[in-house]
Each structure stands twice: as structure tokens, then as C-alpha cells.
Design a protein around this ligand. Structure first.
Ligand SMILES: [Zn+2]
Length: 248
């Protein structure tokens, strides 16, 4: 059915009730509304996750996309204007209760498509509980997690924050929202956070970067961003279709 209707909020309850309970896979895009440097929109993380999830749902007959959760665990960015955040416990509860709703309707397969590293721990808590206690098959998908792929496209070992990798990717997803005139002269922290004796010291973003950016800004490219989006959507379709066939 889903050749042109793959967003849950555009369908009716009758359509959802008619879906096959075993093979249907739901995608839940989650992200954050937080500073991403002067050049990128505050919605960067959820906009990328939503883009990848919607393209994947469009390209697969058994995949449907839930509405996006656009606010996440981001209090470390709070000294940059416009950043919004939830407590980790609140975010985890929101993810769990969406999973619970899907489960209640008789479906067992769901992929959380995350766009923000700060959400990962809370999502894993939610997923583990539903897989262990309720026998669901929930999976976490993060577009930047394939380091080999990121390296092959951008020539760096991974995405950091509002760096060339992420700026390129959101630029391709939302061409009107990135401001290339602001690329010139941007400063950036070499890496994410502070360290003591090689150990990560969690810290507020404003304590190590003035612009909010961390990681290299060399080689920002909308084309490379599109390659990253296409590769992520393709991999997500693959994972969803494997999950669809998976027998518990
Ligand atoms: Zn981000």
C-alpha cells in the first residue's frame, strides 16, 4: 500500500489496522533542537533523522514513518540561544511510551532513527526494556555510525558537531536552511569536549567552543552531504527489510 503514503500521521486508523503485524516496520525519527554553529539551523539533528527516515519509508513497501520527536537530551548546549532540552529521564520516557503505543497496536518491529549523540544512552535504555521485557524487536539506527562510510565520503574518521560532515549533510537535507555566507572565518574546537589524562570530562559546549562547532570545517559540500544521506537511507531500508523478515 505504501507507494505514496508512508507517514503514519497522513494515514487513518483503518489503514494502520490493516497493516500486516509481522512484516511492518515503524521508524521513529528523534533528534534535538540545539545550537549547530552560526551557519546551521537549530533543528539540524531532527531534520537529518527525519529526512533519512522518510526517504527510507518512501523506498520500502513495509516501512512506515512515525512523527518525529524533535527535542532531546541537550542541556550541555544550553548557553547557546534557542537550544531546547529535556531531562534524560523525560526523553527516555517519551521514547518508551511511543514504542509502547506501537506495541499496543500489535506491532513488534521498530527502528529509532536518531540524529543526536546525546540521545543514544536514553534510547538504548528504552529499546532494551522493550526488547527484554515485552519481546519486541527494536533497533537503534544512527546515520553517522558507519565510520568507514563517513571516511570514504568526507575523508575524516567521523562526524563531530556542526563540522563539515554535519553541515554538509544538513545542507543537502534542507538546502534553504544552511547559510553558506557564514562559512567564512568560522572557528571550531579541534575535538568534542575536554579530557583529563585521556578520560572524557563531560562539559558544556560553551566551555570548549566559542561558535558551538567542534571538528574540522574543511571541505563542506552539499554533494558529499547528499551522498551521506543516500547511503544512510539505503542502509536503513536494508536493516528494516531484514528486520521485517526476522522471526522471533
Ligand atoms: Zn548535531
Amino acid at each position: 500500500m505504501n507507494s505514496n503514503k508512508y507517514l503514519l500521521h497522513e494515514l487513518s486508523w483503518v489503514d494502520i489496522k490493516a497493516l500486516d503485524k509481522q512484516s511492518t516496520v515503524f521508524l521513529l525519527p528523534v533528534g534535538s533542537t540545539e545550537q549547530h554553529g552560526p551557519q546551521n539551523p537549530l533543528g539540524t539533528d531532527f531534520l537529518i533523522a527525519q529526512y533519512v527516515a522518510r526517504i527510507a519509508a518512501k523506498n520500502s513497501e513495509i516501512v512506515y514513518c512515525l512523527p518525529t520527536l524533535p527535542i532531546g537530551v541537550a542541556s550541555h548546549h544550553r548557553n547557546f540561544a534557542g537550544t531546547l532540552w529535556l531531562k534524560p529521564h523525560t526523553f527516555e520516557t517519551m521514547v518508551k511510551e511511543v514504542i509502547h503505543s506501537v506495541h499496543y497496536h500489535g506491532f513488534d518491529k521498530l527502528i529509532v532513527v536518531n540524529g543526536h549523540g546525546g540521545n543514544t544512552a536514553s534510547i538504548m535504555q528504552a529499546i532494551s526494556e522493550y526488547n527484554d521485557v515485552h519481546d519486541m524487536l527494536c533497533v537503534l539506527f544512527e546515520w553517522w555510525s558507519d565510520e568507514e562510510l563517513i571516511k570514504s565520503i568526507f575523508g575524516v574518521p567521523g562526524a563531530v558537531h556542526a563540522d563539515a560532515v554535519e553541515t554538509s549533510t544538513v545542507w543537502a537535507a534542507c538546502p534553504d536552511l544552511v547559510i553558506p555566507e557564514r562559512f567564512e572565518g568560522l572557528t571550531s574546537a579541534e575535538k568534542w569536549g575536554r579530557e583529563i589524562g585521556g578520560l572524557f570530562l563531560s562539559s558544556r559546549t560553551d566551555q570548549f567552543t566559542e561558535t558551538g562547532i567542534a571538528g574540522s570545517l574543511d571541505g563542506i559540500s552539499k554533494d558529499k552531504g547528499q551522498q551521506a544521506l543516500d547511503a544512510a537511507a539505503k542502509k536503513l531500508v536494508y536493516v528494516a527489510e531484514e528486520l521485517s523478515r526476522y522471526k522471533k
